[in-house]
Each structure stands twice: as structure tokens, then as C-alpha cells.
Design a binder for this molecule. Structure first.
Ligand code: NAP
Length: 299
């Protein structure tokens, strides 16, 4: 059990990282934060966190350093780039990486940190910005059970369900498998809505029908409203789901698992991202499909 006196670092204060770090601070852990774009650290400073000038400074002041970054390249950069975490003197720290990356990338990062005397735990999350704020994320851990035991009370400040999926890589692949279900629901809703609207049905009426049926999930309930209101404020940016779809295909290729529908959805998301929709919410894939169907701005 990690006492709240254990020093925690947090690198990556984006849509997810900022509210997660705030929950760590509220729980009383001594916290040092860093974000590449410094202005995002201001609210954490107001909560009493120390704002570091570099990832190296975060590591120097921490026993465990959480990373919540876009992708594996970003995690590699904050670990091994200029003034990176691994440049900090001393050994025995834990790199607690909560970013969504592939199992192969996670294993490569484990080798990298172990060369510097660190240990690694992968802990990607499900749930979006709402659960991140509420501290109710689901956390899919891969790695050593002893390291997880050390980090459990810290993880409990951010999530309400913590699953130990197995060794390093198991948490990463479980997260990708879950996101495959998310992507197929988003894509299915967007295609269904495009068909109905182009066929002359009002989006709100179509949405009411979808949500009255057995296919209605909590996810669809939220996203039907976003389509009807044309509100694509990002909770889970489209560019990140596009990245994850690519990681699913990579993992499938590496494991010899055929994912034909995922490949098709990846192509759709490539098109949506190329047309400038990457910073909108993932359900903006509807806008892309609706425009291809000649439905104007998405209706
Ligand atoms: P985000 O808002 O785009 O934040 C990304 C963070 O990564 C920012 O702090 C960004 O810094 C930093 N970053 C990117 N490249 C970097 C680099 N080369 N060096 C240093 N920092 C870098 O993303 P997010 O939504 O918080 O997602 C973070 C991770 O969680 C992703 O892996 C995503 O797939 C996963 N995830 C997201 C959700 C969700 O609903 N949003 C849910 C579950 C999992 P700047 O501020 O300087 O750009």
C-alpha cells in the first residue's frame, strides 16, 4: 500500500491527465507536474502541486512518475529526450504509464526504463473526461503484481475499477480490444444515422428509435445527443481513436488476428482526420460520412 507521503510526478496534463492529476493532488500525494505546453499546469499549481521545468525535474522529485500522453513516441520523448525522466540521478523509481499504446511499444518502453534501473507498470484507462474528473476511470494494468500493489492506492485516486490483466502488454492489448468495441459502436451509429438522414428521417427521430431498442448502450445514448445537437466538443478526440485503430491493426498483425471490420473503420477515420476533424470528438466521424453522402454540414 503506497502511503500518501510517497512522492508522485505527473507528466501530460491534457484532456485526461489534468483531471487525473487533480485527483492525485486532492488525495494528498505530494505532487510534481510537467506539461510540454506550460499553461496547462496552472490549475495544478493553484492546487498546491509543484510545477517542474522538465520531465527530469519531475523524476528527481518523485518515487512514481505517471505519464498520460498522446502515444508511445511522446512517452519515449519524455523518458529519453533532452532533460528526460531517465536523466534523473538515482534508481528504483516506477514509471506508471497510463497512455494508450500498443503491447509491443509497452514492452519496448519496459526494456528502456529497466536499463536505467526503473520499473514499469502499464495502466491504460477506459472512461473519458467525465470519469477522469470524478475519479471513476477503469484501469487495465499490465505488469508485476508487486509493483501494482505498491501503486494501488495511487491508482485508486483516479479509478474505481482496477483490473490486473496479466504481465506487461496484457493491459495494453485489453485496452485496445475495448476501444475496438467503442470504435465499432461510433462507426455503426454514424453509418446508421447517415443512412436514415439521407433517406429523409430527422436525426432526432432516428436517434429516438435507436435508443428505444436493445442496441442502446450508455455510449450510444451520449453520442446520439452529440449528433443531434451537432456538438462535437472533444471528450475523446477523433485523432486519438484513429491512432488507436492503427494500434489495433498493428497488434492484430503481430498476433495473427484478422480484424477486417476494424481495418475498414480505420480507413473511415483516416478520411475524417485528413479532412480536418481530428480535434473534434470521435463521433464527428458522422459529420465526415454525412458530408460524403451529400448531407450538407452533417444533417
Ligand atoms: P490530449 O488532451 O491530446 O493530451 C495529450 C498530452 O500529451 C498533452 O499533455 C500533450 O502536451 C502531451 N504530448 C503529446 N506529445 C508530446 C511530446 N512529444 N512530448 C511531450 N508531451 C507530449 O490527450 P488525452 O485525451 O488526454 O489522451 C491522453 C492519452 O489517454 C492518449 O493515449 C489517449 O488515447 C488516452 N485516452 C484518452 C481518453 C479520452 O477520452 N480523451 C480516454 C481513454 C484514454 P501538450 O499539451 O503540450 O500538447
Amino acid at each position: 500500500m503506497m502511503a500518501a507521503s510517497r512522492r508522485v510526478g505527473f507528466v501530460g496534463l491534457g484532456l485526461m491527465g489534468a483531471p487525473m492529476a487533480a485527483n492525485v493532488a486532492r488525495a494528498g500525494f505530494p505532487l510534481t507536474v510537467f506539461n510540454r505546453s506550460p499553461h496547462k499546469a496552472a490549475p495544478l499549481k493553484d492546487m498546491g502541486a509543484h510545477v517542474a521545468m522538465s520531465p527530469m525535474e519531475v523524476a528527481e522529485r518523485s518515487d512514481v512518475v505517471i505519464t498520460m500522453l498522446t502515444d508511445a513516441d511522446a512517452v519515449g520523448a519524455v523518458l529519453a529526450g533532452d532533460d528526460g525522466m531517465l536523466a534523473a540521478a538515482g534508481e528504483g523509481r516506477i514509471s506508471l504509464d497510463m497512455s494508450t499504446i500498443s503491447p509491443e511499444q509497452s514492452l519496448a518502453l519496459e526494456r528502456l526504463v529497466e536499463e536505467h534501473g526503473w520499473r514499469r507498470l502499464e495502466a491504460p484507462v477506459y472512461g473519458s473526461t467525465g470519469p477522469a474528473r470524478e475519479g471513476t476511470l477503469g484501469i487495465l494494468v499490465g505488469g508485476d503484481a508487486g509493483v501494482l500493489a505498491t501503486c494501488r492506492s495511487l491508482l485508486e485516486t483516479m479509478g474505481s475499477r482496477i483490473f490486473h490483466m496479466g504481465p506487461m502488454g496484457a493491459g495494453a492489448v485489453a485496452k485496445l480490444a475495448f476501444n475496438l468495441l467503442v470504435a465499432s459502436q461510433f462507426n455503426g451509429l454514424a453509418e446508421a444515422m447517415s443512412l436514415a438522414v439521407k433517406g429523409g428521417v430527422d436525426a432526432r427521430a432516428a436517434g429516438e428509435v435507436f435508443l428505444a431498442t436493445a442496441v442502446a448502450s450508455d455510449l450510444l445514448k451520449r453520442k446520439v445527443g452529440a449528433i443531434v445537437d451537432e456538438d462535437y466538443t472533444p471528450a475523446f478526440p477523433l485523432k486519438h481513436l484513429h491512432k488507436d485503430l492503427g494500434l489495433m491493426l498493428q497488434a492484430g498483425h503481430a498476433l495473427g488476428v484478422s480484424l477486417p471490420a476494424t481495418a475498414a473503420i480505420h480507413e473511415t477515420y483516416t478520411g475524417a482526420r485528413s479532412r480536418g476533424l481530428g480535434d473534434l470528438d470521435s463521433i464527428a466521424v458522422y459529420r465526415h460520412l454525412a458530408e460524403l453522402a451529400g448531407e450538407g454540414a452533417g444533417r
